[in-house]
Write a protein that binds this ligand. Structure first.
Ligand code: 4NP
Length: 160
């Protein structure tokens, strides 16, 4: 029998087509390389793109770095606050929106993803070029390692 992973993480941005599906893919990839058992998903605070595949620039960037990505956009739901152990917001606006819908029964830790490293938001790359997506990729890699360092108490593998 496979044990339920103790780490269940939801990465959240606005549309769930650019940043958070990349964050989901990168965090799962980094955790696998570090041998950490984790469940990762992603969602958007807005519902405009529900059902869509990730933005082609997110897919191209993941592909370039050999990171598998497969996702269908979904909107955050109040049940996510008990389903996940950690909810990681891409920026302060999305963090605020999450806090506004967070139910009293919430058990998940809800934080700016950047708060595990440098308190910086992941800028929205939607209206820019591919370079912005490359920056999101780099940031997701660093933030994945910083998050896993903190929650596992092991920073020795973060240079992998
Ligand atoms: P994401 O990017 O929040 O990283 O998925 C965006 C995607 C769509 C829009 C804005 C940001 N939009 O305005 O449709």
């Amino acid at each position: 029998m496979v044990a339920d992973p103790t780490l269940k993480v939801l990465v959240v941005c606005l549309g769930n087509i650019c940043r958070s599906p990349m964050g989901e893919a990168v965090l799962a990839d980094v955790a696998a390389k570090r041998g950490i058992d984790i469940e990762v998903a992603s969602a958007g605070t807005a519902g405009y793109h529900v059902g869509e595949e990730p933005d082609e620039r997110t897919v191209a960037t993941c592909k370039k770095h050999g990171v598998a990505i497969s996702h269908e956009a979904q909107q955050v739901s109040t049940s996510d606050f008990t389903k996940y152990t950690h909810i990681l917001a891409a920026d302060e606006t999305n963090l605020r929106n999450l806090m506004n819908i967070k139910p009293k029964s919430a058990t998940a830790e809800v934080r700016l993803w950047g708060s595990y490293l440098d308190n910086k938001p992941i800028p929205d790359p939607y209206y820019g070029g591919i370079r912005g997506f490359e920056n999101v990729y780099d940031q997701c890699t660093r933030l994945s390692n910083a998050f896993l360092d903190e929650v596992t108490g092991d920073s020795t593998k973060s240079a992998l």
